[in-house]
Design a protein around this ligand. Structure first.
Ligand code: GLN
Length: 547
């Protein structure tokens, strides 16, 4: 169980999904941090997958990978981007993981003959997770996924109800996010769905302490009082969560509405002094008043679902913030690139191209075509993970002249320039895989070091010789082809420290063409934009000045 002092804030959601609970949690974390408190954020997800790693991005959005190699919910990306606190394996748990641990304990005989039940065994496991290695933090913010009223989130709600009873109200706070829909014919924000949602929470024994009500306009005093009265919350603790122009204004907006003040007042902590939010002011101001625009074409498969590439989108925005420009991200369907007869018409309008992560053969030829177009037309190109692998296949076929060059991810081929990784080292351990390994949690995951070659463009961009970046891949550029590639002009400018795994490729005679095997987007923050994205957006800006 947690140390004596950490305070727990539980964030639930009601009325509808997609309310921005994750962002609200992250923004509250940022406000508390700005007041000098140490925070950590956690997410409890009610679905049955052990982690989101095996889920399609169409279902679940991006998988956010932590340094310690956990595949987690994309909300953990928001948490990191707003607080800079690196998430850990233990910061995201699902019903699937809870059950798999309870069942493993049962098989071991740890329950000593007891009938294993949701209460207390599953709820105990959830509570253990909530309090696990909390210690140094002043505040632990735990977001409960899903919407109150769902069958699957009931054990989590029961667990936080018990948790509150055990640690007491002085150390725990329930914040509930709801929606106040505006009905134009009535000219009013409606409070009834919020009242019902709070009733639903009360039925499982939880009385919210703070209500964060999402609304597209200010909440009139009368409505605020009505919500307070019906929901048994102080009027000052009915907070308006207003729509804002950029997500990076959310901490300022929620602070102005009194969110962090009410949290501190609830816990009896001093709240009179103002936190320093100037960092967020500066970021929001740069987003609001860019000095120019660059157009980046994003060639991908899941172009209909931007959440699938959440961190990349944000990292590009950060690159824009660093260069004081707006990055206009435009989706290009890889399958359309594959079949178009007018490639220049489709891709020539952009100032840069980005080919992102991907799995499977569908759309891959389009990505390969895009890489060739960028190389031949000196268009800045950033290839991330799959995007690097496709650029390498392109070079193999069209520069090195290797017939049938491809990735074994797509089946056997004559020249497997990208192949399945069967062995690699992690610290002093050796990880081994084969074609029959489970799909869940078996990729090369998490932070690995990479050595940058002196004199290379990436060495210049990073300004150091050794970097650490997060990975999530099963295939790798085959190092045996290195010499052939380098002769043809594609430099292997970043390698794993043992020299076995190619991590970065670049063309020295191209204005900006970099492929990286890792995911730099996962470490970018609005207040600390990732150097690769800053440099890429700068290259796009330079390109825009040429035309
Ligand atoms: N499918 C490729 C691999 O597993 C790329 C993965 C990715 O882009 N994250 O290596």
């Amino acid at each position: 169980m947690a140390s004596k002092d950490t305070k727990f804030i539980f964030i639930t959601g009601g009325v509808v999904s997609s309310l921005g609970k994750g962002l609200a949690s992250a923004a509250l974390g940022a406000c508390l941090q700005a007041r000098g408190y140490k925070v950590r954020l956690r997410k409890l997800d009610p679905y049955l997958n052990v982690d989101p790693g095996t889920m399609s991005p169409i279902q679940h959005g991006e998988v956010f990978v932590t340094d310690d190699g956990a595949e987690t919910d994309l909300d953990l990306g928001h948490y990191e981007r707003f607080t800079g606190v690196a998430a850990r394996q233990g910061d995201n748990v699902t019903t699937g993981r809870i059950y798999s641990e309870v069942l493993a304990k049962e098989r071991r005989g740890d329950y000593l003959g007891a009938t294993v039940q949701v209460i207390p065994h599953v709820t105990d496991m959830i509570k253990e997770f909530i309090g696990s290695y909390a210690g140094e933090e002043d505040f632990m913010l735990c977001e409960i996924g899903g919407t109150v009223g769902d069958i699957e989130s009931l054990p989590f709600l029961e667990a936080i109800r018990q948790f509150r009873n055990e640690v007491g109200a002085a150390r725990s706070l329930f914040m509930h996010c709801t929606l106040l829909p505006y009905i134009p014919t009535a000219g009013e924000l409606k409070t009834k769905p919020t009242q019902h949602s709070v009733k639903e929470l009360l039925s499982v024994g939880i009385q919210p302490d703070i209500l964060l009500c999402r609304a597209d306009r200010d909440i009139p005093e009368g409505e605020r009082r009505k919500i307070a009265q019906f929901c048994n919350v102080k009027p000052s603790r009915v907070i308006a969560g207003l729509d804002v122009d950029t997500i990076y204004r959310v901490p300022i907006s929620y602070h102005n509405e009194g969110l962090d003040r009410e949290v501190l007042s609830y816990f009896g902590l001093p709240y009179e002094s103002e936190p320093d939010l100037s960092l967020w002011e500066e970021i929001a101001q740069r987003v609001r008043e860019p000095e120019g625009t660059v157009r980046v074409g994003f060639v991908g498969k899941y172009v209909s679902l931007p959440d699938a590439y959440k961190s990349i989108i944000e990292a590009l925005n950060h690159g824009g913030i660093a260069n004081r420009v707006k990055v206009s991200l435009e989706w290009v369907d890889a399958e359309e690139v594959e079949s178009t007869e007018d490639l220049a018409g489709m891709l020539g309008q952009y100032n840069a191209l980005l080919v992102g992560p991907g799995f499977g053969v569908r759309g891959s030829e389009g990505k390969i075509r895009a890489a060739r177009y960028a190389r031949e037309n000196k268009l800045p190109y950033l290839g991330i993970c799959f995007g690097m692998q496709m650029a390498v296949i392109e070079a193999a076929r069209n520069l090195v002249g290797l017939e049938g060059a491809s990735s074994t991810e797509f089946g056997p081929c004559d020249n497997p320039v990208v192949g399945l990784m069967t062995e690699w080292s992690k610290g002093n351990r050796v990880e081994r895989r084969d074609g029959k390994s489970d799909l869940g949690g078996t990729m090369r995951l998490g932070a690995y070091e990479c050595v940058l070659q002196p004199g290379s463009q990436v060495r210049e961009i990073y300004g150091k010789d050794m970097i650490s970046e997060r990975h999530r891949h099963r295939y790798e550029v085959n190092v045996n082809y290195r010499e052939a590639f380098e002769k043809a002009g594609l430099r292997f400018s970043g390698m794993s420290p043992d020299g076995v795994l190619p991590e970065i490729v670049e063309y020295p005679d191209h204005p900006w063409f970099v492929g990286v095997q890792f995911h730099p987007e996962l470490k970018s923050k609005p207040f600390d934009p990732h150097p690769l994205f800053t440099s890429f957006v700068k290259a796009a800006l330079d390109q825009s000045r040429l035309v």
